[in-house]
Structures are given as C-alpha cells and as structure tokens.
Write a protein of this length. Structure first.
Length: 254
C-alpha cells in the first residue's frame, strides 16, 4: 500500500497564517502524536489515490559543497526530505521518486509483484523484460524529480570517488551518529545513520545507506540490487542493496 499522504492545509479563514507556512509533508497518519494533531497548522490526510489532485512532493534543495574531488562534483549537505544535515530524510526504493509506507516486491514499481519479474532496469533474461539499462533515467531519479535544477543522484563511480578521496571520521552531530566526510580541500559533509526500510520496519539503524543511480553489477547475471554508499562505524564503502528496500538519497550536482 502506498503511503497515505499528509498535507498541511492553509485555511483561508485563518488570517494569521501565510503562504510561507504551508508545507507538504509525507507523514503517515499513525505517526502523528495527539499533541501534533492538536497543533496548528492543521494536518489533513489524503488517500494515495487522490495524490494527483494535490501538489506534488517537493523538497527544498540545499547548498552544494565542493569537497575538492578530482571530478569537481559537488555534494549536497542534506538528504532528500531532511531539514538538517543530521536528519535522515525520506526513504526511497531504488528507481522510485516518492516514499512508501512499505517496501516489498508487491509494491515495487519496476516489477510484476515479485522478485525477478522486472519491467525496467533488467539485464537478465530469466529476471524479466531485458532492456540492459543500468543507470536510472531522469524520470526515475528521486533527486531530479524532487529537487530539480542540476541536482541528481550520484552514480556508483561517483560514490567510489567520494569514498576514496575523503577522510571519514565517525562522530556525533546534534546527538545523531554518523560519518563526517572531509574532502581534499578541507570542506566536509555529514552522513547520518538511519538504516534502511524493509517491508514496514527499520533495519540496520546503526548504519547509513544511500542509493546511487546505478544498478549493482555482479560477476553473474542479476538485476535485483542497486549500488549504494554504506556508512558504518567500522568502515565506509560502496556495496549493494536489494532495490525494493528503502534508503536515503544524497544528491549531487556539477
């Protein structure tokens, strides 16, 4: 089931509120406390079937940081949906541009309800419709869709550049653990832990997982995984994650 969309609705009768106070937040109804529900602005729940009738989810792009990487690529200070560097933001299945309430094969956009029935980004004949696409198109890139401009998701190669050229320091920022990546020029960005979503539960909460826009390539034929940045207290590296799982996304720009 798709996430029930929660919208902060501006009531015309409330003269004390203005347009700057209107936000679009993809919270589940059950995630709000009674205190939050009692506060203004008013939260209104829209069924997922009606989401096309209300404004699309947009996240506020953050300032890019030049870390002095060989490619010149700049990285965002925050994840998509985050309000601060230590906020993990939204969880996305690979190739999807909206958060879900559950992360599983029946709800995954690019398959027919189960693993190895892929309808897009498939390189193996026994796993679905082969198109040999291994990098997300712009329409399926959550950074392109939600932030726009020149923002996009990083490729696996760009994630490896980040890992290989930065000094990684495990630390805590405003009470949230994570790793500080310091580039060759001394600039740094923080990657908080927040785990990944499997079904409706959180897994690996002591680590951080960040999707790339690249399908994971194996020595054998498989289209089930996507490359991601894995931030842990013991190490930071590039690994893989089953593409139905929900992880954070850290955008990049030229």
């Amino acid at each position: 089931m798709r996430r029930v969309w929660m919208y902060m609705f501006l009531l015309c009768a409330i003269g004390s509120m203005n347009a700057q106070e209107v936000l679009i937040l993809p919270f589940d109804a059950d995630s709000l406390t009674s205190e939050q529900k009692a506060q203004k602005p008013v939260y209104i729940a829209y069924p997922a079937a009606l989401k096309d009738e209300v404004p699309a989810m947009r996240c506020e792009p953050k300032e890019p940081v030049d870390l002095g990487l060989p490619s010149g690529l700049k990285w965002a200070t925050c994840n998509i949906g985050a309000e601060s560097p230590e906020d993990y933001g939204y969880y996305f299945a690979w190739g999807e541009v909206e958060p879900d309430s559950s992360y599983n094969w029946p709800d995954y956009k690019w398959c027919k309800g189960k693993q190895k029935t892929f309808t897009k980004y498939c390189t193996c004949r026994d796993e679905g419709t082969v198109d040999n696409k291994t990098v997300l198109e712009d329409a399926d890139d959550a950074a392109v869709v939600n932030w726009g401009g020149s923002w996009r998701m990083p490729t696996e190669e760009e994630m490896r550049e980040l890992v290989d050229n930065c000094t990684w320091t495990w630390t805590s920022q405003n009470g949230v653990e994570g790793s500080l990546a310091t580039g060759p020029n001394g600039n740094s960005i923080f990657f908080p832990v927040g785990g990944y979503k499997l079904f409706d539960r959180l897994e690996g909460a002591e680590s951080g997982f960040y999707y790339s826009k690249s399908l994971e390539i194996f020595s054998y034929c498989s289209s089930s995984g996507a490359s991601n940045l894995q931030v842990m207290s013991s190490r930071t590296g590039v690994g893989g994650c089953t593409r139905m799982n929900g992880t954070a996304i850290r955008p990049v720009c030229p």
